[in-house]
Design a protein around this ligand. Structure first.
Ligand code: ZN
Length: 158
């Protein structure tokens, strides 16, 4: 069993065309417990040896980020069957069921009475590039490991 750490870092996330998708700049760094599924697995794995102060570029293939794009999750449906009022346009996102866990779909095409919906995560099939600066890294406490999350500076849970 390897030592697991609590790591904090700043990042800028870009897609393969170099467009910025997300960034922690100007906010608090992201803090996570290694191996606890709190950040995408491919990034967690590639930061395992990174010490505080490390600046590095991490390339994560789609399969280790939000997964490959699954064509079976793209479906044509009749506009009238959708639980959404008003005009639908490409890029609109909404939930297809009543409960909170219902999948979120994205409108990818509108053609007459037919709407094409994509149930994949918007970043499915996208290789991600993270420019990372590790702010701090320390060994996780036994309590953090048993809880599966990071505790505050005074050891306080939650
Ligand atoms: Zn706790």
């Amino acid at each position: 069993m390897s030592i697991r750490r609590v790591v904090s870092f700043h990042y800028t996330l870009r897609d393969p065309e170099g467009r910025v998708i997300d960034s922690s700049a100007g906010g608090a760094p992201i803090v996570y417990l290694e191996g606890a599924g709190q950040i995408i697995d491919g990034l967690d794995q590639r930061l395992r040896e990174a010490a505080a102060g490390t600046k590095t570029r991490v390339e994560v293939p789609a399969a280790e980020a939000y997964g490959e794009h699954d064509p079976r999750q793209v479906q044509d449906v009749l506009r009238d069957l959708l639980p959404v009022a008003g005009e639908l346009k490409v890029g609109d996102r909404f939930q297809v069921g009543d409960d909170a866990a219902a999948p979120i779909v994205t409108v990818v095409a509108v053609k007459g009475e037919t709407v094409t919906l994509d149930g994949n995560h918007p970043l499915a099939g996208v290789a991600l590039t993270f420019d990372v600066e590790v702010v701090s890294a320390r060994v996780a406490t036994a309590e953090e490991l048993s809880h599966g999350h990071v505790h505050g500076p005074d050891g306080r849970c939650g």
